[in-house]
Design a protein around this ligand. Structure first.
Ligand code: ADP
Ligand code: MG
Length: 249
């Protein structure tokens, strides 16, 4: 991500953001509320409300270099980009199973591979749900409708586990989770992690980072990444807050 500037309406949100994430890495992005963290993740996913005024996002996958900003959101997803929303949306009338199967089949078709037959796909979903300690009854319920806050967050991770993305942004997936749910979600992420994929965790809390040790920690403030360090930077923020980072910036 190079010098990314983003506006919504006439409000400037990202103001020259630079970030480089390699396969096999886990990055954490921290920062005060309202500084542009969710905006960054939504721009990567292709949310239509946000206008990129300058800068570029290059995404390299399967030895292809892709100008990510030129692709429609669904093409980004088929190429392996995934976003777990800070506020997962409800989709009445579409069952979780139907949603997952349709998304999974789209990815298969894009890569020219045969989709799984329904029995094998069902087995895949159940395996992933077991990993996340989710009840199989959630498969037949409409996506996120009447799910508790924690269930919605877990459901985002289920989508991720089924789709097996190359680059995943997780926007405050840990917020609102109790201690056990946090551990289950973190274990799920740790099991998916490999040298072929990368994760960007947007979080306020050190607690998640105790379970998923990040390779790099960034502080986003006022639309830019103003400080980058290792996992000790997250501990420093926990202890001292953000004021010292703002002063330095
Ligand atoms: P963070 O995730 O770091 O808390 P956001 O990226 O959600 O911050 O928001 C950054 C700023 O941009 C905030 O001031 C927010 O109110 C504003 N903003 C984000 N999206 C929109 C939108 N669609 N319309 C108007 N303002 C927005
Ligand atoms: Mg946010």
């Amino acid at each position: 991500i190079k010098d990314l500037c983003v506006t919504v309406g006439d409000k400037k949100i990202l103001k020259g953001l630079n970030l480089s994430v390699q396969a096999g890495e886990v990055h954490a992005i921290m920062g005060p509320n309202g500084t542009g963290k969710s905006t960054l993740s939504k721009v990567i996913a292709g949310h239509p409300d946000y206008t990129v005024t300058s800068g570029s996002v290059e995404y390299e996958v399967n030895r292809k270099k892709i100008n990510l900003l030129e692709l429609d959101p669904e093409l980004r997803a088929r190429e392996g980009v995934f976003l777990a929303f800070q506020y997962p949306i409800e989709i009445p009338g579409v069952s979780n199973a139907e949603f997952l199967r349709t998304a999974f089949n789209e990815v298969c078709a894009h890569h020219g591979v045969e989709p799984l037959d329904p029995i094998d796909f069902n087995a895949l979903m159940l395996e992933k749900m077991k990993l996340l300690e989710m009840s199989s009854t959630m498969l037949n319920r409409p996506v996120n409708v009447d799910f508790s806050g924690g269930e919605k967050k877990r459901n985002e991770i289920l989508q991720m586990a089924v789709l097996n993305p190359k680059l995943a942004f997780l926007d405050e997936t840990d917020s609102g989770l109790d201690v056990d749910s946090m551990r289950i979600v973190a274990d799920g992420i740790n099991k998916l992690k490999s040298k072929h994929n990368a994760f960007v965790l947007i979080t306020h809390y050190q607690r998640l980072l105790d379970h998923i040790v990040p390779d790099v920690v960034h502080i986003l403030w006022d639309g830019r990444i103003v400080k980058t360090g290792d996992k000790s930077l997250a501990l420093e923020v926990e202890e001292k807050g953000y004021d010292w980072v703002k002063k330095e910036a």
